[in-house]
Ligand binder design. Structure first.
Ligand code: ADP
Ligand code: MG
Length: 627
C-alpha cells in the first residue's frame, strides 16, 4: 500500500478560486473589509492584554475608488504584517491567519469577534482585479512590505516606505469588472454587507448641515460642512444587552434595518445564547399584509456583524420566515451549500432554539398583557397558526395561548372555548360542536340564526384554517368543528326541545318530490326538516367534510385529489313548519308553485353568494314582476 500527499499546486487552484469559490463577485469587498476588521480587532486584543505596546487609538477603515487609475483601495489601521508574515499568511493559500490567532489566544480571544475562517477570503480579490498590491506596516518594529501579484502564481515582495501602522490593499480592477469602479456600486455593497461591522468604515465625504449662527438673517442658507462619510453603525442593537435597551431603541433599530418600512413592528424578541452554540439577534413581528409573496424585508443573517444573506431558509423554521430582524452567529457555516446547511447539527439546534424562544415570548405576552395580546391577535395569527400546523413542539406551547375570537370579538383560548360551549353545544355522540364562520359578511344570515339560538360562533378566517381545524380535532378529543353554513346546525346539536313537525311523514315526502321537480338534482339534495316556524323556509348548506377537503386541497396538502374534481353539491334544507310551505301547497296551479319555489331557492342562494350570471338577472326580473 502506498500513501502520500496529493500535490495541489497554486497554478491549479488560482483559476478555480476565480471561477468557482464564490458565485458572487461582489463579495470580494466583504472579504477584504472583514480582513481589515480582523486586523483591527486583533490589534485591539493584543493591546488589551499588553502584548502590543502601542496606542490603539480610534482606528477606522477607509475605502477609496479611483475611477481614472481603475483602482479600489481598502486601508486599515490594524496590526499590519511584516514581510515574513506576508510570506506566511498571504502566499500560503488556504492557511487562515484568523484561525491561527484564535487558536493561539484561545482563552482570551473567544469573544473578540474575529471573522476569518478558511484562509481563502483574500484571494477573492482576484475575482475582480488582475493585479493586487499589499502595502503593509506591522505594529512590530520592522520595515514596511510591498507585495504585488498579477494573478499568476508569481509575486514580488519588497521593502516599502509606509510609515503608519496598518495595511493598504490596492485592487487594479480588470476590464470586465469596471462596474465596481462606480461610487454608487461600492456604496451599495458597503450598505449591504458592512452596515453593522464593528470598526468604523469611511467612504468619501458627505455634506452636513450646521446650525445657523445667532446673527443669521431668516433667509440666509444654513452653513454646510464636508465631513467623513461613515457608512456603518459599529454597535448595532443586537450586540447590546437587553437590559441596556429601551423599547424605542428596538424601534429605531428596526428603522435602521428596514429604512423603507414605515409601519412599526408589533413586538420584538431579543435572542441571546452561548451554549451549545453562539447566537444573538433580534426578531420582530411585523404587521403582516395578506399577501405573503410581497414579503421583501426579510430576516438578515450575520456572522460576527458581517451580512451573509437574507435567505434564512433552513436556519429559521419556515413559519418564522415571515418575521423580520437579524440573527448573528459565528457558528453557522457560511460558505457552504444550503443542502449541507440543512443537514448541519448546529443549524438544526438553532432552528429549535428560535422556535422555543418565539413560543415563550408569545406566551409571556399572553400572560402579562392579555388585552394587548388580543388586540394584536389578528396581525400575528397567521404566523402562529402556521407554526401550530408545521411544528409539533410549537403547537404544544401555542395551544395554550392561541386565541379563537367569537364573531362578537370575545377572545377564548381553546380550553376556555370548550368551557364556554360545553353545556349548549354537543352533538348526539356527546362531542363538543365548535361552530365557526369564515366570513362575517358572506355568512351573516347563518351567524345570526346561530346566535339567535344562543350558540357561540367563532370567527376563523385565515387561509389555512381548514388544516388547523383538522389538527385541533385530532389533538382535542371529542371536539368537532362545523361551519355555520355547514351540515344543518339544528340536526347537529342535540336539544331537549326539538320542534314538533307540522307535516306528517307522508306530507314531507310529497313536499320533497314537488321541490325536487323544480331544483337541479345534480347540485341540490333536498331535505325537509321541522324547524322553528320563524326560520327561513329554504336554507342552503354544504357538507362540512366535503367543503373542508376541497379547501385543504386548494391551500395545499391534506385533502385527497378526488375532492378537487368533484362538482359543488349542497343541501337544500326546507323548513316544513314555515308558513311559506302552506303557500306552496295552496298555490293555484303548477306554474304558480314552480314560481314560488324558484323564488325561494334564489333567495337562499343569494344569502350564500351563489346567485350569479343569468340566474341573477332572471331573479331580478322576476322580483320586479312580483312587486
Ligand atoms: P482568513 O481571513 O480566513 O484567515 P484570508 O485569506 O482572508 O483568510 O486572509 C489570510 C490571512 O492574511 C489573514 O488571516 C491575515 O493573517 C492576513 N491578512 C489579510 N488581510 C490582512 C490585513 N488587512 N491586515 C493584516 N493581515 C491581513
Ligand atoms: Mg478573511
Amino acid at each position: 500500500m502506498a500513501t502520500g500527499n496529493i500535490n495541489v499546486s497554486v497554478e491549479n487552484i488560482f483559476p478555480l478560486i476565480k471561477k468557482f469559490l464564490y458565485s458572487d463577485h461582489e463579495i470580494f469587498l466583504r472579504e477584504l473589509i472583514s480582513n481589515a476588521t480582523d486586523a483591527t480587532l486583533k490589534l485591539k486584543h493584543l493591546t488589551s492584554i499588553g502584548e502590543a505596546k502601542v496606542e490603539y487609538g480610534n482606528p477606522f477603515i477607509e475605502v477609496k475608488v479611483d475611477k481614472e487609475a481603475k483602482t479600489i483601495s481598502i486601508t486599515d489601521q490594524g496590526l499590519g504584517m511584516t514581510a515574513e508574515e506576508v510570506e506566511k499568511y498571504i502566499n500560503q493559500v488556504a492557511f487562515s491567519g484568523a484561525e491561527e490567532f484564535l487558536d493561539k489566544y484561545k482563552d482570551s480571544a473567544q469573544d473578540s469577534g474575529i471573522i476569518g475562517h478558511f484562509g481563502l477570503g483574500f484571494y477573492s480579490a482576484f475575482m475582480v482585479a488582475d493585479k493586487v498590491e499589499i502595502i503593509t506596516k506591522s505594529y512590530k518594529d520592522a520595515p514596511a512590505a510591498h507585495w504585488t501579484c498579477d494573478g499568476s502564481p508569481t509575486f514580488t515582495l519588497e521593502e516599502a516606505d509606509k510609515k503608519d501602522r496598518g495595511t493598504e490593499i490596492i485592487l487594479h480592477v480588470s476590464e470586465d469588472e469596471v462596474e465596481f469602479l462606480e461610487d454608487a456600486k461600492i456604496g451599495g455593497l458597503l450598505t449591504k454587507y458592512n452596515k453593522f461591522m464593528p470598526v468604523p468604515i469611511k467612504f468619501g465625504t458627505k455634506t452636513e448641515t450646521l446650525p445657523k449662527p445667532e446673527d443669521a438673517k431668516e433667509d440666509d442658507p444654513a452653513p454646510t460642512e464636508e465631513v467623513d462619510n461613515i457608512i456603518n453603525n459599529p454597535n448595532p442593537a443586537w450586540t447590546k444587552k437587553p437590559a441596556d435597551l429601551e423599547d424605542t431603541d428596538y424601534k429605531s433599530f428596526y428603522r435602521e434595518l428596514y429604512p423603507m418600512q414605515f409601519e412599526e413592528p408589533l413586538f420584538h424578541i431579543h435572542l441571546n445564547v452561548d451554549h451549545p452554540f453562539n447566537l444573538t439577534g433580534i426578531l420582530y413581528f411585523p404587521k403582516l399584509s395578506g399577501d405573503m409573496s410581497m414579503q421583501k424585508d426579510r430576516i438578515q443573517l450575520y456572522q460576527n456583524q458581517v451580512f451573509v444573506t437574507d435567505n434564512v431558509e433552513g436556519i429559521v423554521p419556515e413559519f418564522l420566515t415571515m418575521l423580520r430582524g437579524v440573527i448573528d452567529s459565528p457558528d453557522i457555516p457560511l460558505n457552504v451549500s444550503r443542502s449541507y446547511l440543512q443537514a448541519d447539527g448546529a443549524v438544526k439546534k438553532i432552528s429549535g432554539y428560535i422556535t422555543r424562544k418565539v413560543a415563550d415570548k408569545l406566551n409571556s405576552l399572553f400572560k402579562n398583557n392579555r388585552e394587548d395580546f388580543e388586540a394584536k391577535w389578528n396581525d400575528i395569527k397567521v404566523v402562529i397558526e402556521y407554526g401550530m400546523l408545521s411544528e409539533d413542539k410549537f403547537y404544544d406551547k401555542a395551544d395554550k395561548f392561541a386565541l379563537y375570537p367569537t364573531v362578537d370579538n370575545n377572545y377564548f383560548t381553546f380550553e376556555e372555548l370548550k368551557e364556554q360551549i360545553k353545556d349548549a353545544q354537543t352533538d348526539k355522540d356527546g362531542k363538543l360542536v365548535v361552530l365557526y364562520a369564515s366570513d362575517k359578511d358572506a355568512q351573516h344570515s347563518y351567524i345570526q340564526a346561530a346566535k339567535d339560538k344562543g350558540y357561540t360562533v367563532v370567527l376563523l378566517d385565515s387561509p389555512i384554517v381548514s388544516h388547523l381545524i383538522q389538527k385541533l380535532e385530532t389533538s382535542h378529543e371529542n371536539t368537532t368543528f362545523v361551519r355555520v353554513d355547514g351540515d344543518h346546525v339544528d340536526n347537529l346539536i342535540k336539544k331537549d326541545d326539538n320542534v314538533i313537525s307540522k307535516l306528517s311523514d307522508e306530507e314531507k315526502e310529497e313536499l320533497k318530490t314537488t321541490i325536487e321537480k323544480v331544483v337541479p338534482k345534480e347540485t341540490f339534495t333536498v331535505q325537509v326538516e321541522a324547524m322553528d316556524s320563524q326560520s327561513a323556509p329554504f336554507l342552503i348548506t354544504q357538507s362540512e367534510f366535503m367543503r373542508r377537503m376541497k379547501e385543504m386541497q386548494a391551500t395545499g396538502g391534506g385533502g385527497m385529489n378526488m375532492f378537487g374534481n368533484m362538482p359543488e353539491t349542497y343541501n337544500l334544507v326546507v323548513n316544513g313548519n314555515s308558513e311559506f310551505i302552506t303557500k306552496i301547497n295552496e298555490a293555484e296551479n303548477d306554474e304558480a308553485k314552480e314560481g314560488l319555489i324558484k323564488q325561494a331557492l334564489d333567495l337562499a342562494k343569494l344569502s350564500q353568494n351563489l346567485l350569479t350570471g343569468e340566474d341573477l338577472t332572471n331573479f331580478i326580473k322576476r322580483s320586479f314582476n312580483l312587486i
